[in-house]
Design a protein around this ligand. Structure first.
Ligand SMILES: NC(=O)c1ccc[n+]([C@@H]2O[C@H](COP(=O)([O-])OP(=O)(O)OC[C@H]3O[C@@H](n4cnc5c(N)ncnc54)[C@H](OP(=O)(O)O)[C@@H]3O)[C@@H](O)[C@H]2O)c1
Length: 245
C-alpha cells in the first residue's frame, strides 16, 4: 500500500511510464518520490510538489548509482523503470553495439541499482519493482537483443527475490505488453495506457504474486506458456484436455 511512509525512487522519471509512476505515487499519498533522470528536468511539478526530489542518475554510471544511494538512504520502494529498446534483430547491422547497450541499461544497471539500494530496502523491509516486459518470456525476432536483456533481468529479479525475501524485501517482475509511450511509437497494435500499467503495478505490491503480467497480451502469453502440450492442443481443436489425449 502506498501511504505517507512510502519513499519511492523511480528511474527514468522524465517521461513515459516513469513520469506516470511519479504522478500516481504522489496522487496515492507517497511521502516522498525521488524522480531520477539522466538529464536535469525543468518540470513545474517539481517546484510545486515538495514531495518530489529530483535526482540526476544515469543508471549505467556506477559512480552516480553509488551517489544516489548515498543521497536517498530512506528509500522504501525502488522502481527500476529506465530501459532502452533499439528494435534490433539478432543479425541487424548495429546489433553488437545495440545489444550491449540494452544489456547495460536493462540488465547490468538493474543489478547495480539492486546492489546499491538493497541495504536501504532491507532496513525498511521495503520492495523493489523491476519493469521488464512480456518479451522477457518470449522472443520477438525483430527485437531479439531487447528480449535477451529482459530475460536476463527476469532471471536476476528471481534471484534477487530469493536473496532478499528472507530479509523482508519483496522483489517484483512487472511484465506488460506494449505501452503507449515513445518506446512503442512505431507499433500499430493495441497498447496499454501508462495509467493502467502503473495502477496494476502498485496494486500488485499488496498481493503475493512476484510476476506481474499487465494487459491481455501479457496475461495471454503467460497463460499459454504455463499450459502443457495437451492443454494447448485441446485449445486448438476446441475440446477438453482429457478428451484430447
Ligand atoms: N513502451 C512499451 O511498449 C514497453 C513495454 C513493456 C515494457 N516497457 C518497459 O517500460 C520501461 C519504461 O519505458 P517507456 O515505455 O516509458 O519508454 P520511454 O518513453 O522510451 O522512456 C524510457 C526512459 O528510460 C530512461 N533511460 C534510458 N536509459 C537510461 C539511463 N542510462 N539512465 C537513466 N535513465 C535512462 C529514459 O531517459 P531519457 O529521457 O533521458 O532518454 C526514459 O526516461 C522500460 O523498462 C521499458 O523496457 C515498455
Amino acid at each position: 500500500m502506498i501511504d505517507k511512509h512510502t519513499v519511492a525512487l523511480v528511474t527514468g522519471a522524465d517521461r513515459g511510464l516513469g513520469a506516470k509512476f511519479v504522478e500516481i505515487l504522489l496522487a496515492q499519498g507517497a511521502g516522498k518520490v525521488y524522480a531520477a533522470t539522466r538529464r536535469p528536468v525543468k518540470d513545474a511539478a517539481h517546484s510545486v510538489d515538495r514531495r518530489i526530489v529530483p535526482l540526476l542518475l544515469d543508471v549505467t554510471d556506477p559512480k552516480q548509482v553509488e551517489e544516489a544511494a548515498g543521497i536517498a538512504p530512506d528509500v522504501t520502494l525502488l522502481i527500476n523503470n529506465a530501459g532502452v529498446n533499439f528494435q534490433a534483430s539478432a543479425l541487424s547491422a548495429d546489433q553488437p553495439e545495440h545489444a550491449r547497450m540494452e544489456m547495460e541499461v536493462n540488465y547490468f544497471a538493474t543489478l547495480s541499482m539492486a546492489k546499491a539500494f538493497s541495504p536501504h530496502l532491507i532496513a525498511a523491509r521495503g520492495a523493489m519493482v523491476n519493469i521488464l516486459s512480456i518479451l522477457a518470456r518470449v522472443t520477438l525476432a525483430p527485437m531479439t537483443s531487447l528480449c535477451a536483456s529482459k530475460a536476463a533481468a527476469l532471471r536476476l529479479t528471481e534471484g534477487l527475490d530469493a536473496e532478499l525475501s528472507p530479509h523482508g524485501v519483496r522483489v517484483f517482475a512487472v511484465m506488460p505488453g506494449a505501452i503507449d509511450t515513445d518506446m512503442s511509437r512505431g507499433y500499430e497494435g493495441d497498447k496499454l495506457s501508462t495509467d493502467d500499467v502503473v495502477n496494476a503495478t502498485l496494486a500488485a505490491l499488496d498481493g503475493g504474486e512476484r510476476e506481474v503480467y499487465v494487459g491481455q497480451m501479457a496475461t495471454g502469453v503467460a497463460r499459454m506458456l504455463a499450459a502443457d502440450r495437451a492443454t494447448i492442443q485441446a485449445q486448438i481443436i476446441g475440446v477438453s484436455p482429457t478428451s484430447a489425449d
